[in-house]
Design a binder for this molecule. Sequence first.
Ligand code: NAD
Length: 435
Amino acid sequence: MRVAMIGTGYVGLTTGVCLAELGHDVVCADIDGNRIAQLRRGILPFAESGVAEMASRHMTRGRLHFTCDLANAVAERDIVMIAVGTPKGAEGEADLSFVRNAARQIAPAIAPKTVVTLKSTVVVGTAREVREIIASERGALDFWVTSNPEFLREGSAVADFLRPDRIVIGADDHDAAQRLIQLYQPLLREGIPLVETGTTNAELIKYAANAFLALKIGFINDVADLCEQIEGDISAVAQGIGLDRRIGSSFLAPGPGYGGSCFPKDTEAFAATGRRHKAPQPLVETLIVRNEKRKRGIAERVLRELSDIGNPTVGILGVAFKANTDDVRESAALAIVPILQQAGVSVRAFDPWAQTKAAALLPSVAWHDDPYAALENVDLGLILTEWEAFRSLDLARLALSMRNRILFDCRNLLEPQEMPRHGFRYLSLGRGGVP
Ligand code: NAD
């Protein structure tokens, strides 16, 4: 099939490249000329395992193209996917201005019988709104607007796209649904479950799924707090909970509060949708407040540890919102570092992939090329991202180079029993029963 992808961010680019992998002819369009120029030279705007290799292969085969010319991109395409950003807007509502602009830009150029599909995470009613925008420009043109939310995760985006738990197709018209089913046929043939429904349900599925996953994180964080008070161990409790198949073991690790480009904005948009339609979502409303409080709480705990130390320095390990990505949007580090700095703490930091992006947002941090340099002469080491490499830190080496041996491990990566041997005061989350 001939597909146009509008927007070449994490979702648009990964989806475009993966659709080429499935055998389709894909043109990816973006209004960011610099981004398109780089992509044509094989340079990605983000780090995501596997995407660059696949992109280069399909560009060479002539199945993947990049352009800034949106009109040209969408003309004579079977499917036009919109994958632009939907950031947080006023009052927690999703800011749909990029989606609306994209709709206005493609409207004059789409061919009759085009299926326009919303890959972006959008609030209920957006497919209908996009239909109206295009119809107001093209009058009697025969076209469809559908919803096909994306569930891929940064860090495992290619695998998630090619082996998803399900594909959700929201269409209010049978022929439009069939077009999308044909697009995904190579995956559906492998037995990937399909949820075929209307656009309203598809739009709600995406928000409800993200809100539910965020609730799991918020819940386990609260249970971890309880464990600390009662000498409990959150890893045993999470294992005991997660083996119940009705619950499942993923998203049951305590941490410094969820972040990233999706959960914070999507929970807020979900709650705002509830308020707007007079069906409030109090669980999610509470979660949003607690999650922000958690990030502040981590910073306050660090400051308490440093209260007797003059001119304290903290070394941060990990500024990406999670491991295996360079994305720092709404990461714990972005919330915690400014609080520490305002309290007079000097901050050094290391992240394997995310330093360049974080440096633009955290200007007064001293960046280092490896974890040991970042923790040299610091009073407290603070692990914020669950990078695998941090599990095997050489504690003897750290003990010699840190000024004060305090480690606060917000991802429970290290073994508490090892700590006293190296003279560390060790703090982690939900491990009340360990030294
Ligand atoms: P992003 O910010 O990384 O990329 C958006 C891209 O769209 C940018 O390159 C921007 O230049 C481009 N763009 C904006 N307006 C445009 C226009 N009119 N025409 C062409 N290009 C335009 O966004 P993202 O992280 O890929 O997210 C996109 C959508 O997918 C969001 O709604 C997000 O919630 C959703 N989503 C994201 C993830 C994720 O892990 N990042 C996962 C699932 C769903």
